[in-house]
Design a protein around this ligand. Structure first.
Ligand code: CAA
Length: 379
């Protein structure tokens, strides 16, 4: 693992930082208040290559490495965690899965517009009764010869109301348990496919989270991803990479809150001096800086291993488990350092504290990450 960033990586980091400051910061409080999706901003992110960062340029991607992805995600999430999750899902769960496992025809038809940011995608695994226990899928896709008939409900789907293409995981043969699960590409607007309620969330309120309802939706056979029965392994493989994205989002939330807290502590006076001169505050900032650096290293490690083609189930889980805890701890302390100001919206840190919580829940709860890590180290 090389700790020196290349010129290209530094340029991507700077471009993402500038974009976040200039385009995401204005209106971030209002988008959170009104639950407004950052439509224009996401469009620009697509034009910058941020929505298909690691995809081969021949399929519309930016052809960058995973460390660049971590760097860009951190910068976006420092300012707007909602825009960051749109980016993470499109890159890691949708584009990466299609590039690695889809057929050439599927890549041309679906990956190319998704990676170039012309449209965005969603990944539909979770259900009302199948969250952590992902093999308990109730959504069914019945094999009808030249098509599958899809029925069921998916819950808490990021980009649910705005996506054009959805990767939907469904049970095709319950007898075979997880080997009877398949993944399909489903297009918005197909007959019988309805977008359900938009969730009114604690955090990441600018992102668009919906349930999806499938009522006898016909999926052409050619829209199944991979061999019959590959869907669960597909979902697990995709989620391993997704966890790097969410870990980087958590890292960005933590780093954003830390930067604000540090700035505040250097200017706010109490008891005749800037509060950073009080050890009780300085030590909080020292802990934050150390933990954020450690979280960043775990993200880089997982990203480097991904680019080296290694199994990233353990390193991705470790990065997500740790970075999401750091995001929660750091944002709580950032609010505390800001005192009363921290509790009002204008100072951003209360939003960051609300945004941080989801990173311990989606794309595998912290408890699931511990299952993945403990099984890996016990092998
Ligand atoms: N990487 C690769 N393969 C994995 C894997 C991993 N991390 N974890 C499990 N598998 C494979 C196993 O090797 C096995 O495959 P084979 O039979 O071919 O060997 C298969 O999956 C079944 O594994 P288990 O028997 O271990 O299954 P399990 O039911 O005991 O546990 C689990 C699996 C790890 C708990 C899994 O269900 C899991 O990860 N659950 C969490 C699901 C999740 O992350 N949901 C997030 C929803 S998506 C989201 O949030 C997106 C969003 O919008 C932001």
């Amino acid at each position: 693992m090389d700790f020196n960033l290349s010129e290209e990586q530094l340029m991507i980091q700077q471009a993402a930082r500038d974009f976040a400051q200039n385009e995401l910061l204005p209106g971030v409080i209002e988008r959170d208040r009104d639950q407004k999706f950052p439509t224009e901003q996401v469009k620009k992110m697509g034009e910058m290559g941020l929505l298909g960062m690691m995809v081969d340029p021949k399929y519309g991607g930016a052809g960058m490495d995973s460390v660049s992805y971590v760097l860009a995600m951190e910068e976006i999430a420092k300012i707007d965690a909602s825009a960051a999750v749109v980016m993470s899902v499109n890159n890691s769960l949708v584009c990466a899965g299609l590039e690695k496992f889809a057929s050439e025809e599927q890549k041309v038809k679906y990956l190319t517009p998704l990676a170039s940011g012309k449209v965005i995608g969603a990944f539909a695994l979770s259900e009302p009764e199948a969250g952590s226990d992902a093999t308990s899928q109730k959504t069914t896709a019945e094999d009808k010869g030249d098509y599958y008939l899809l029925n069921g409900i998916k819950n808490w789907i990021t980009n649910g109301g705005t996506a054009s293409y959805y990767i939907v995981i469904a049970q095709t043969d319950p007898e075979k348990k997880h080997k009877g699960i398949n993944a399909f590409i489903v297009e918005r607007g197909w007959e019988g496919f309805d977008i359900g309620v938009k969730e009114d969330k604690l955090g990441i309120r600018g992102s668009d989270t919906h349930s999806l309802i499938f009522n006898n939706v016909k999926i052409p056979k050619e829209n199944r991803i991979g061999e019959d029965g590959f869907g669960f392994n597909f979902a697990m493989a995709v989620l391993n990479g997704g966890r790097i994205g969410i870990a980087s989002q958590a890292l960005g939330i933590a780093a954003g809150a830390y930067e604000l807290a540090l700035k505040y502590a250097k200017t706010r006076k109490a008891f005749k001096t800037e509060i950073i001169n009080h050890q009780v505050i300085a030590f909080k900032l020292a802990d934050m800086a150390t933990q954020i650096t450690a979280a960043r290293m775990l993200c880089f490690k997982a990203a480097c291993e991904k680019d080296a083609g290694k199994d990233i189930s353990e390193s991705g889980a470790m990065a997500k488990l740790y970075a999401s805890q750091v995001a929660m701890d750091t944002t709580i302390e950032a609010v505390q350092i800001h005192g009363g100001y921290g509790y009002v919206k204008e100072y951003h840190v209360e939003r960051m504290m609300r945004d941080a919580k989801i990173t311990q829940i989606y794309e595998g709860t912290s408890e699931i990450q511990k299952i993945v890590i403990s099984r890996s180290i016990a092998k």
